[in-house]
Design a protein around this ligand. Structure first.
Ligand code: NOJ
Length: 512
C-alpha cells in the first residue's frame, strides 16, 4: 500500500450513529451541529473519515433507516445548511465524509408510498413498491428481519412487502423510476461534495420473480435466496460505480453485505462494482487464533480492498461480545482485537465509543427501549439499543456532556460511565482512549511503508503472529503469558508487558 492508493484503501473510518454522538440543540438527540462541535475530537483521535448514519427526514420507526425524503435533513438533526457546514469543516480538517444511503426501502411516510396507498391496486404508484393480491393469506412465507411476517395488508386487501418494519416498505427495483431516482439521489449528495456512500441492505434490492417461499434457514441475510443476493443487484452497482467514478476525488461506496462466504462477498467487489464491503466475518469470529487466521486468510486471498469491522450500531459491542466466553476479559480483548485490526492491510471501520471501551448496555428499562426489533418481538430479542446509548463526553452524571445540563438523553446512560468519559480518559496514559489515540497515530505513521500482504510467523497454538513488512503483530488468545518473537522494538502493547512476556488477551506491535 502506498500513498498513491485511493484514500479508502487504508482509511480508518469512524461510524457516527448520529442520534447518539452529541446533541447541540438540547432535545436529548444527537445532531449535525453536535458533530460539527466535536470535529477536533475526531481529528485528535486520528481517524481519516466519518460515516454518518441516516439523518434524513424520517418518522424514526427504525432510527432513521426509514427515509421519507432522501434529499433533506430531519429537523431533529438540523438542516441542509448544517450538513454543508459539517462537510466543509470536515474537509477543511482533512476528514472525508461518507453518508448512508437506504435503497432497499423507504419510510411509509415517503410521498411515493403515500401515493401508492392512495392509488388503486395495479396502478403505477403501487408498482413502485411490492404489492400483491393474495386473498387472506400473505403471498409467501417471508419473515421480517425484525420479527413477524414480511407482509402487511391494506384495507383494500392488497399486501405489501417490508423486509424490516411495516413502516419500511420495500421498493420494486424492477420499475425503472426506482433506479433512476436513486442515481439522482446519489448525484444530489455527490454534488454537495460527499466522499462516498455506505449502502444499507446492499444485497436486498431485488427479489426473485414470482416471490417463491423461502426455506426457513434463508430468512436472514444470505447470499442465495429468493430474498437476498439476487443477480440483478450487481447491475445497479455497476451503474453506481460509473457515476461515482465520473466525479473527481475518489468517491466510493461501501456495501452492507452479509454473506455466508467470502466468495459471495467478493462478487460485490468486482472491479466495476462496489469499492468495498464490510467484512462482518471479522466481527463474527470467536476469540481464537484459528478463527481469526481463517478470516484473515480468506479475506486477503479473495477481497481486493479489505475492510475490518469489530462493532457497529447493529451488533453487541465487541467489549461485551468477547466477555461472553470469558467474563471479565472483555476490555482487554477489545483492545487487543483493535490493535490486531489496525495492523491488517485494508481499512478499519470503528464504531463511536469503541475508543472509550464502551460496553453494551444491557439493563435499559423495557419502557425506554426504542429498537423495532425489541418492540416487534415483544421483548423476546433485546434489539440494538444497548450499543446505541449516547456517548459520555464529560462530567460525572447523565448526560455526561452529550447534551446540555439537565437534558435527558434519548436512551439512559449508565452511572458506571462516569469513569469512561472522554474527559476522564484524556491524558491518562493507561486509558482506553489514549491507547486508541496512540495506536491510530502509529498506524498513520507506518502505513505508507507497509505492504498490502502479511506473512504468518510460527507461534504457539494460542497465539497469532504475523509480519507486515517491518511490523510484527502478536495476539495472545491463550490463558498463559507467552514469549515475544525476536524483535528490535516494542511499539505498543494493548496491556503492560509482564517482564518479556505478552499477557493473555493482549496484542503487541513490534519491529524487526
Ligand atoms: C441495516 C442498518 O444498519 C440497520 O440499522 C437497519 O435497521 C436495517 N439495515 C434496515 O434499514
Amino acid at each position: 500500500m502506498t500513498s498513491t492508493s485511493p484514500w479508502w484503501h487504508d482509511a480508518v473510518v469512524y461510524e457516527i450513529y448520529v442520534r447518539s454522538f452529541a446533541d447541540a440543540s438540547g432535545d436529548g438527540v444527537g445532531d449535525l451541529a453536535g458533530i460539527r462541535a466535536r470535529l477536533d475530537y475526531l481529528t485528535g483521535l486520528g481517524i481519516d473519515a466519518i460515516w454518518l448514519t441516516p439523518f434524513y427526514p424520517s418518522p424514526m420507526a427504525d432510527g432513521g433507516y426509514d427515509v421519507a425524503d432522501h434529499r433533506d435533513v430531519d429537523p431533529l438533526f438540523g438542516d441542509l445548511a448544517d450538513f454543508d457546514a459539517l462537510l466543509a469543516e470536515a474537509h477543511a480538517r482533512g476528514l472525508r465524509l461518507i453518508i448512508d444511503i437506504v435503497p432497499n426501502h423507504s419510510s411509509s411516510a415517503h410521498p411515493w408510498f403515500r401515493e401508492a396507498v392512495a392509488a388503486a391496486p395495479g396502478s403505477t404508484e403501487r408498482d413502485r413498491y411490492i404489492f400483491v393480491t393474495s386473498g387472506d393469506e400473505p403471498p409467501n412465507n417471508w419473515q421480517s428481519t425484525f420479527g413477524g411476517p414480511a407482509w402487511t395488508r391494506l384495507p383494500d386487501g392488497q399486501w405489501y412487502l417490508h423486509l424490516f418494519a411495516p413502516e419500511q416498505p420495500d421498493f420494486n427495483w424492477r420499475r425503472p423510476e426506482v433506479p433512476a431516482e436513486f442515481l439522482d439521489v446519489l448525484r444530489f449528495w455527490l454534488d454537495r461534495g460527499v466522499d462516498g456512500f455506505r449502502i444499507d441492505v446492499a444485497t436486498g434490492l431485488f427479489k426473485e420473480e414470482g416471490l417463491p417461499d423461502a426455506p426457513p434457514a434463508d430468512q436472514a441475510f444470505k447470499a442465495e435466496s429468493p430474498i437476498w443476493g439476487r443477480p440483478e443487484v450487481h447491475e445497479v452497482y455497476r451503474e453506481w460505480r460509473v457515476l461515482l467514478d465520473s466525479y473527481p476525488g475518489e468517491r466510493m461506496a461501501v456495501g452492507e453485505v452479509w454473506t455466508d462466504s467470502v466468495e459471495d462477498l467478493a462478487r460485490y467487489l468486482r472491479p466495476d462494482e462496489l469499492h468495498q464491503s464490510f467484512n462482518f466475518a471479522w466481527l463474527e469470529a470467536p476469540w481464537s487464533p484459528a478463527s481469526f487466521r481463517k478470516v484473515i486468510d480468506d479475506t486477503l486471498g479473495t477481497v481486493p480492498a479489505p475492510t475490518w469491522v469489530l462493532s457497529n450500531h447493529d451488533v453487541v459491542r465487541h467489549r461485551t461480545r468477547y466477555a461472553e466466553s470469558q467474563p471479565g476479559a472483555g476490555l482487554a480483548r477489545a483492545k487487543a482485537a483493535m490493535l490486531t485490526t489496525l495492523a491488517l492491510p485494508g481499512s478499519a471501520y470503528l464504531y463511536q465509543g469503541d475508543e472509550l471501551g464502551l460496553p453494551e448496555v444491557k439493563d435499559i428499562p423495557q419502557e425506554l427501549r426504542q429498537d423495532p426489533i425489541f418492540i416487534r418481538t415483544k421483548g423476546e430479542l433485546a434489539g440494538r439499543d444497548g450499543c446505541r446509548v449516547p456517548l459520555p463526553w464529560s462530567g460525572t452524571a447523565e448526560p455526561y456532556g452529550f447534551a446540555g445540563e439537565g437534558v435527558l438523553p434519548w436512551l439512559p446512560q449508565p452511572a458506571e460511565w462516569a469513569t469512561l468519559t472522554v474527559e476522564r480518559q484524556t491524558g491518562d496514559p493507561g486509558s482506553t482512549l489514549e491507547f486508541h489515540r496512540t495506536a491510530l497515530a502509529l498506524r498513520r505513521r507506518l502505513r505508507d511503508s507497509l505492504p498490502a500482504g502479511i506473512d504468518w510467523l510460527d507461534s504457539p497454538d494460542d497465539v497469532l503472529t504475523f509480519a507486515r513488512g517491518s511490523l510484527i503483530c502478536v495476539l495472545n488468545c491463550g490463558t498463559e503469558p507467552t514469549p515475544l518473537p525476536p524483535h528490535q522494538n516494542v511499539l505498543i502493547t494493548s496491556a503492560p508487558l509482564t517482564s518479556a512476556l505478552l499477557p493473555p488477551d493482549t496484542a503487541a506491535w513490534l519491529t524487526h
